[in-house]
Design a protein around this ligand. Structure first.
Ligand SMILES: *Cc1c(COP(=O)(O)O)cnc(C)c1O
Length: 317
């Protein structure tokens, strides 16, 4: 059987691939570019829009009428799932870990605005069992639930980033030379798995460096590898070697969503030099990693390096 998952268009594609001229000059290193998946064109954009295109199509094929997923209280994935469900005329059930704040701001406000049903649990470990319980409850009411695991980081979700690399490879053809490295924020592993398999499939000479937003290097490397191997096996696309999955966990600081001095500096530099907004949980830390690698001389001046902006522009205090 051939692997050709359907997608239901949500995003505005292709997202722009642009130069970062002023940041490149200030850092005085390689030529820096940015792939703007923050401008995904649906529900405030971000990497989850690409993934939802495939989950939504799969849910429709399964005859589903409820999307069930989970994340942290300010999850971008939950925000995009809620919006996708609204657009598809489906219900949405979200399991959010962390305490429900007194006032719903940021993504939590949007989840509610998009009409999702919200369930709060205290710990991350409670999320998956609670999703299963709520899905079972939906089924007893005669509904047809479709469960999307955390971050949409399944082989299907990762496949969205294989498709994204096809788009990127087309854009790269217009450049004078290949991009040596993609740097991006990595957390549940699906985006990185798709980027790595996609670069192999397109035969790009491009390394992918995932900057962890929370997980330890070894854990995230294993998560990315598991998804990439499963995707390769299912699709017949090339499987990465272990050394092709590069994760850095040096920029997490005091944990998920907690800003660091470096992430705040990165946010200021992107804002004031390029007019681009980063979020404190993911992209500010990935940008801090990129800036640090440039300052440490890890790239040659005649290289081109792409910061893949995965979105998440809402950073409520
Ligand atoms: C979810 C998310 C990521 C991480 O993507 P994964 O596929 O979970 O690794 C990075 N950046 C932003 C803004 C996100 O919302």
């Amino acid at each position: 059987m051939t692997f050709a998952p359907r997608r239901e268009p949500l995003a505005k594609l292709p997202t722009p691939l642009l130069d970062l001229p002023r940041l490149s000059t200030v850092l005085d290193g390689p030529r820096l570019l940015i792939k703007r998946d923050d401008l995904g064109g649906f529900a405030l954009g971000g990497n989850k829009v690409r993934k939802l295109e495939f989950f939504l199509a799969d849910a429709r094929e399964a005859g589903a009428d409820v999307l069930v997923t989970c994340g942290g209280v300010q999850s971008n994935h939950c925000r995009v799932t809620a919006a996708a469900a609204a657009r598809a005329g489906m219900r949405c059930v979200l399991v959010l870990s962390g305490t429900a704040p007194g006032r719903f701001i940021g993504n939590l406000f949007l989840d509610q605005l998009f009409g999702a049903e919200l369930h709060f649990v205290e710990t991350r470990e409670e999320r998956a069992p609670r999703m299963e319980a709520l899905a079972a409850e939906c089924a007893t009411k005669g509904l047809r639930p479709y469960v999307i695991p955390l971050g949409g980081s399944t082989p299907l979700g990762a496949y969205a980033y294989v498709e994204a690399v096809k788009e990127f490879a087309q854009q790269c053809r217009l450049l004078s030379m290949p991009i040596s490295t993609i740097v991006h924020a990595s957390s549940s592993g699906g985006t990185q798995a798709g980027l790595v398999v996609g670069c192999l499939a397109e035969e790009l000479p491009t390394r992918v460096v995932g900057i962890s937003a929370d997980e330890k290097k070894d854990d995230l490397t294993r998560m990315v590898n598991d998804i990439a191997q499963a995707l390769a096996e299912r699709s017949g696309l090339p499987a990465p070697r272990k050394d092709q999955i590069e994760v850095l966990d040096d920029y997490v600081g005091n944990g998920y969503g907690v800003p660091t001095d470096a992430s705040e500096e990165a946010t200021r530099l992107f804002a004031r030099l390029e007019g681009i907004v980063l979020d404190s949980t993911y992209t500010a830390k990935a940008a801090a990693g990129l800036i640090d690698l440039v300052r440490r001389g890890r790239f040659k001046r005649d290289e081109m390096v792409c910061f893949w902006h995965t979105g998440g522009n809402i950073s409520p205090a």
